[in-house]
Design a protein around this ligand. Sequence first.
Ligand code: UFG
Length: 325
Amino acid sequence: MILITGGAGYIGSHINKLLNQNGYETLVLDNLSKGHKDSVKWGEFVDCDLGDEEALNDVFNTYDIEGVMHFAAFSSVAESMEEPEKYFKNNFENTLTLLKVMKEHRVYKIIFSSTAAVYGIPEELPITENTLLKPINPYGESKLMVENRLSDEAEFTPLKYVSLRYFNAAGADFDCEIGENHNPESHLIPLVLDAALGRRKSISIFGDDYETRDGTCVRDYIHVNDLAEAHLKAYQYLEQDGSVSDIFNLGNGTGFSVKEVIDVCKEVTGVDFEVKIEGRREGDPDFLIADADKAWRILKWTPKYDLNEIVESAWAWHQKLHGKK
Ligand code: UFG
């Protein structure tokens, strides 16, 4: 079976569903500090903290684990600036424990949930896997430290890994069984949908003086189901003899500005709401756009969903989550 750490979280839960739909047995491991138990609708579940080596050993002794998908991590850039230690402990040190236990149990396949935050303010566009790695916050730094550790391990042990650098994950399961539910929420699309739902009075745009077509930041939004598909393909790739460890960007290759995202949300929901312009948020690059060509060449992965479908699925989920549908 495949162990999914952080499988009760937003992205992990979508992968859990897809793996089960494809005949894989899964074990979700989560300490429920951020994840939701009711998002674990498939496979088995164990409540365990990755920092607890003994408990983790028990899990590996109890279940027949053949590979790992590793999502368990803190993911707020802002929080990582305020409490960096938390990020290095949870995202990096706990991953070292996971890798140690995997090695002891001879589990040699891992898919790692990385991020475009490893590039910091990118020095070229679109961003390829060879673009300079220069994280500008502890969140991105902690993820890059794991990537580097994986690369070292893969050189000296039988471990094989794939690191997947996500751009802006968004959208929800089309059956509305699972979706994004962060507390507190900081991501653009769910916040805009909160405004559409009347759960907040307005949405603030953080800066309209960027060097972009309308002055607001441009991001590459990728549907969470497209991310899930990439994980499945990456795992199947690692199952093949002769495959080698690798790193892939996962994005649509198209950028949308904050204003454009808000317009699409207004159109999809049919609701108008107040939009305010505020000052810049610290550490936001003007543009983050992926070149995901390598994932196509090697994994034969290509995204299926556009921004409209992302927002439509997020809207359906958001209404259900807040009891409006
Ligand atoms: N934004 C607003 N108003 C809001 C919220 C966001 O204008 O109320 C803007 C941000 O300034 C940014 C864009 O909307 O320009 C997207 O912001 P998100 O917070 O939704 O996403 P980020 O691009 O900051 O972060 C995401 C992931 C991170 C990851 C990063 C880089 O959440 O984990 O992409 O890939 F590190």
